[in-house]
Each structure stands twice: as C-alpha cells, then as structure tokens.
Write a protein that binds this ligand. Structure first.
Ligand SMILES: Nc1ncnc2c1ncn2[C@@H]1O[C@H](COP(=O)(O)OP(=O)(O)OP(=O)(O)O)[C@@H](O)[C@H]1O
Length: 635
C-alpha cells in the first residue's frame, strides 16, 4: 500500500541538527514543553531508515504509556514515510515480550510489572537480549526520559551499557518529571532526573547533548501562560522553597485564565458538545477523575477516562474475531473479511492489528496465524500495545500523570489549590506539585481553562501512605469517621473466571455474549446487586452481580469482594458487618475480551476457544441499603 502522509512541518535548524546525526550517534535532547521533542524523534526515525538504511527491526523505540505509544505511532503515520514499520512499545510490554521469549513457561501475566522489568534488566545484563532480538540492535529511542526512575531507569541503563556500539536518541524535559512517587520518599530527591547525569557520566566522550528552544504547541497567550516557568523547573538545584514559589506563580497564572462552567451546568454541556477540537479535563488525583467522569456521564457527555499504563485491556473485536473463526488457522483474507464485518478500521491501522497477531503467533506461517498460539501468548500476559490502545474520543478525562506527552486543543485544569505551606507539609512534595501543574498547563494548543471542583469531604483514598486496597471510597467525617458510604469500582472488578451466565445464576451465556456485543455501551449505567447476604469467605463480602438494564452481565471478582470487605471492616466485630443491597452510581467503561479457560467456555456453550466478552464497570459506587436512603446500614 502506498503511503501519503501529510507534509510534516519544516524542521528548525535545532531540530535538524538532531535528525541529521549519524545512526550511531549517542544523543540526548533536552527541551521544554511543546518544543517538538516527540516530533523530532519521529523525523529522526525516518532519517535512520531512509538515509542510513537502518532496518525497522534494528531500532527499538520505547515509551511509558499506551497513550504515549499511540501518540508516537499516529505521528509516525502522519509525518514519516520510511519509518512506518518501526515499532513503538511501552517498557512494560517490551519487557514482557522479551521475557516470554527467553522463559516461555514463566507465566509472566501473574508477575507484577515492576518485577518483570527487574527480570528483564537482569537478563539484559546476562547478555540474553540477543536470544529475543531478530536483528542486531542499531539504535535505541526513548521519549520522556525525565520519568526514568527506579526499575525502569535501571533497565534502560543496562540496555545502553550492554549495546555500546548502538546509537541512541533520548529526549526529555527535567521540568516535567512526574513519576518520582514510584520511589520511596527518602530516595526521591536523588532519583528524580538522575538519568541525565547517568548518561553524561557513562558516555563522557561520545554524548551529544542538544537543545530545542522554540515552543510550537501553544498558539495563544492563554496556552503559553506557564511556559516562562519551565526553565526554573529545569534547574537541578531548585530548593523546596523554590518549587513552592514556582507553584504559586503557576497557580496564579492558571487562575488568570477563564474559569470553565461547572460540569453539571447546561453551559458546560453545550461547550463540550459543540467544540470540534480535542478536549481534556486534567485532574490531580484519580478520585477527582472519578467525580468528573460521573458528572459527564450523568449529563450524557461521551468521554474517555485515560487508563493507567498497567491496565491492559483487550478490545471487544478480538473475542468476536475468535468466535467467528472456523478452524485454528486464520489467513489474512479471512481476517480482512471478518474485520470488514466488525467494521474495524482498514488500511494501515488494520495492518498494525494483523501484524500484532502475527508477532504473537511468533512463527509467521504463509497460510496464516495459529489462533491457539496467539491465545496462549495473550493468556501468558503478552499483550501488545497495539491491541490495548483506547479508542479516540474528543473528550478525555485524565490525571495529569496519564496525560504527559499528549496535547489537546482545549484543556480544563482542575484547580489543584495552593501548594501546602512548609509548616504543615509533612507529606507534600512541592517539587512534584509544581511539575505536575506545569505539565497540565502546557498541554493545550489554544485554550486553557481552570475549574474548581467542589471539595467532597467524604471522598478519601484507602491506605494513603500504607498498604491497603488503594481504592477511593466515601467515608464519614467527625464522629462518623468509621462509616462507609461507597467504594471505587475498577474495570477489572468483574470476574474473569467464567463468562456471565456460565454459573447458571441468571441468563444464558450465549445470549449474554450477544447482548454484551450489541446492547452494552460505554457510559451505560450499571450497578452491583447483592446475590445473597452470606459472605463468600472469612475476609470477603457476599457475591454481587453486575446489572445492566435489568440483566445480569457479570459477577464481582474475588479481588473486589475482598476489597469491599476491607473497606467495610471499620468495626472490631467483623461478624456483625452489614452488606449494601446495591452499589449504584456505576457506569460502563467498555466491554473487553477475556482470555480464559477453554473448558469453562465449552461448558458455557461458547465453543472451545476460551475467549469471551466481559463488562468493565467504573465509578465511585454508592452503597444503598434495604431500608430508606443511602446511609450506612450499620448506623
Ligand atoms: N518544526 C515544527 N514546525 C511546526 N510545528 C512543529 C514543529 N515541531 C513540532 N511541532 C508541533 O508542535 C507540537 C509540540 O511538539 P511535540 O509534542 O513534539 O513537543 P514535545 O517537546 O514532545 O512536548 P512535551 O514535552 O510537552 O510533550 C506538535 O503539535 C508538533 O507537531
């Protein structure tokens, strides 16, 4: 297929200096927000392939999140010609694919991502990466290196150390490092932005350090309000007091922009519906994102809540594809025919999906891919980024952390308030707060707004600072501190052990699969309804069923039942715990493909593929009780 990308914007001299380096150059690019770092990387990839004849398979491109990978891939499709076969991957999915190759029996899906990264680092140090690479590694590209801390930093360091003959292009902005929270507070100051000195010390003679100084993203004064503070945040000797002062200036600059209308107002609804560009509402915490998303769904405004990089959700079409395939081999022509029926995008976007499946098969038969091998790879946790990217939506609700590297026409920043004063700032991190606000305020191309969310005194996070469920919940205040009024429900809270209907509780599995594929849509209201009052274990709640328009479409997972127990257990007498009749205020995030047991699927009448659909609920659930109102039933 011939490719006709839009003419890319002309490079500046500074950008061209990066793009035109030889393939084996070791280059660090430092630049502020919107200076074209990602754009320069895309053009560099093109030059490597086109001018230097580096094969796409000899280039490794790594980034942090699915969203960042998607952004890079889209830009490659828009602005690169030769590099369109270069693969962009998240650290996590690349490490999993590598480990699955060298230790196929490792059951990597059960291993936490950080541990996978540590295992991959060890294997790189042992020289085992060559067992996985199909070509020699010629060039490594990493976007957003300011966020390399802890395990991921060690992995990239091991990689660059091991492949000293390869070139690299890494780009970053010290003012935008947001992931310091991944390392303990005591090591944070030392770890954040430590990758930059590591590079300078490790490649003292070879490192080419280049800068980009012009901002291209912000096209209005409003979108530019934060830019002048970027250079202060880049200073590595900025003190806590200095960060506090930058935060104060950023906050004042934010408030100097227009306030967005309250989200439950008609004005906000019509502004969000009628805007033709891309919009983001950026929050400081997930709890805020839950509240924003709830307001939007209640007003019927479609949007997407940006998932975390670790939330690897398989799309609906994959299950439908498996259900429609006759044999165990799928040829490209049949894939295309089914993809047409399922209305998957065609052209390059479809090629990307097909090649992801081919890679999972790992053998590349001429006759087609082996669906069983693909399924085994997926079940083992090898979920390629290409299969997990979320659909594009004109409105995105995200934490600032999940929006880094992205840009939107209009951005509404939820007002984070002033940074805590030094005297009562026991747990505060003014550096992190200042950098997060800077990142949020530098995402818009044209419009920057602020919005104050009404503070919800009942909204809290379980176990802030100590291990617990980590979920947001609604809890009482003052003398009612022990009360619990609701719990955060996550996409994975529906059991994946069996498809809905398989346990004969209600409905028929085959009908329910059809129902999930055709009648269940993002934003639909759903609720967990208690199946009966008997707890399912000593530290778990009773079973709950997920209802959608009166039909049961799933049951609560064991993890959810345990977390519900843990959130409810605020009294000493656990045996006297009461359980809400329903958990309402939930919405459907999406319907996902689950790769499960062949026997379970067979027993449910879904054929022998072991692949089915499951709903993903989300929201800050509200407890409702048998009797009146939504008050805590223990009271
Ligand atoms: N030379 C150029 N001419 C015109 N537009 C450009 C140029 N370089 C980059 N851009 C555009 O500027 C915007 C910002 O670029 P990009 O996202 O690459 O910046 P960045 O430095 O990676 O930003 P951030 O660090 O804030 O995520 C993009 O829309 C990009 O297409």
């Amino acid at each position: 297929m011939t490719k006709t990308p839009g003419a890319p914007p002309a490079l500046t001299d500074e950008q061209r200096a990066v793009v035109e380096l030889p393939w084996d150059a070791k280059c660090l690019v430092v630049a502020g927000a919107g200076a074209g770092k990602t754009h320069t990387l895309v053009r560099r990839l093109d030059a490597l392939v086109e001018r230097d004849d580096v094969l796409p398979g000899e280039i490794l491109v790594l980034s942090f999140s699915n969203a960042a990978v998607r952004e890079l891939r889209q830009r490659i499709q828009r602005h690169a010609v030769a590099a369109d076969r270069v693969r962009v991957q998240t650290f996590d999915s690349w490490a999993t694919a590598f480990l699955s190759e060298i230790a196929p029996t490792g059951e990597w899906n059960t291993v936490p991502f950080d541990e996978r990264i540590r295992n991959a680092t060890e294997a790189i140090g042992e020289g085992r990466l060559d067992e996985y690479l199909t070509e020699d590694l010629a060039h490594v590209v990493v976007d957003e290196v300011q966020d390399l801390v802890g395990d991921r930093s060690r992995m990239i360091e091991a990689l660059l150390d091991e492949y000293r003959d390869a070139g690299f292009t890494v780009v970053g902005d010290p003012a935008q490092s947001l992931y310091g929270f991944q390392v303990p507070v005591a090591q944070r100051a030392e770890e954040v932005n430590s990758f930059f000195p590591w590079l300078r010390n490790s490649f003292p003679a070879d490192l080419r350090e280049l800068r980009l100084t012009r901002n291209f993203r912000a096209t209005t004064d409003s979108a530019r309000t934060a830019l002048h503070l970027g250079h202060r945040l880049q200073q590595d000797d900025l003190t806590a007091q200095g960060h506090r002062s930058v935060h104060t200036q950023l906050h004042a600059a934010l408030l100097s922009n227009l306030a967005f209308a309250p989200l439950d107002s008609e004005l906000a609804a019509s502004a969000l519906r009628s805007h033709h560009g891309t919009n983001a509402i950026l929050c400081t915490t997930n709890g805020q994102a839950l509240a924003v998303s709830r307001s939007l769904w209640t007003s019927g405004i479609p949007h997407k809540v940006q998932r975390s990089a670790q939330d690897r959700v398989l799309p609906t079409w994959l299950s439908l594809l498996y259900r429609r395939c006759e044999g165990s081999t799928l040829a490209r022509a049949r894939f295309d025919a089914i993809a047409d029926e399922l209305e998957l995008p065609d052209g390059e976007a479809r090629d990307v999906l097909w090649h992801a499946l081919v890679r999972l098969d790992g053998r590349g038969h001429r006759s087609g891919i082996d669906l069983n091998r693909v399924k085994t790879a997926l079940a083992g946790g090898r979920i390629p980024d290409e299969l997990t990217t979320q659909d594009t939506e004109r409105l995105v609700v995200s934490t600032v952390h999940r929006a880094k590297g992205l840009e939107f026409d209009r951005v509404v920043v939820i007002d984070p308030g002033p940074v805590a004063a030094a005297s009562d700032a026991k747990d505060s991190d003014p550096a992190a707060a200042a950098r997060a606000l800077y990142v949020a305020m530098t995402r818009p191309r044209t419009d920057l707004y602020h919005l104050e969310l009404r503070r919800d005194p009942f909204l809290r996070k379980d176990g802030d600072g100590r291990p617990a469920t980590g979920r947001w919940y609604r809890g009482g205040t003052g003398t009612k501190r022990g009360q619990r009024y609701g719990i955060e429900v996550l996409g994975g809270d529906v059991s994946r052990e069996a498809p809905a209907g398989a346990d004969d509780l209600e409905g028929n599995a085959v009908d329910l699969q059809r129902y999930l594929a055709q009648e269940v849509h993002a934003g639909d209201p759903v609720a967990f309804v208690r199946a009966h009052a008997l707890p399912t274990g000593p530290d778990a709640s009773p079973p709950y069923l997920l209802r959608h328009a009166g039909r049961v479409i799933g049951s609560a997972s064991e993890a959810f039942r345990k977390d519900l127990y843990s959130i409810r257990r605020t009294r000493k007498d656990a045996a006297a715990l009461a359980w809400p009749l329903t958990i309402t205020d939930l919405f459907l995030d999406s319907v996902e493909t689950v790769v499960g047991s062949d026997n379970v699927a067979l027993g449910a009448g879904l054929g022998e593929r072991g692949v089915w659909l499951a709903p993903r609920p989300t929201g800050l659930g509200r407890f409702e009780w048998e009797k009146k109102g939504t008050e805590d039933g223990e009271g």
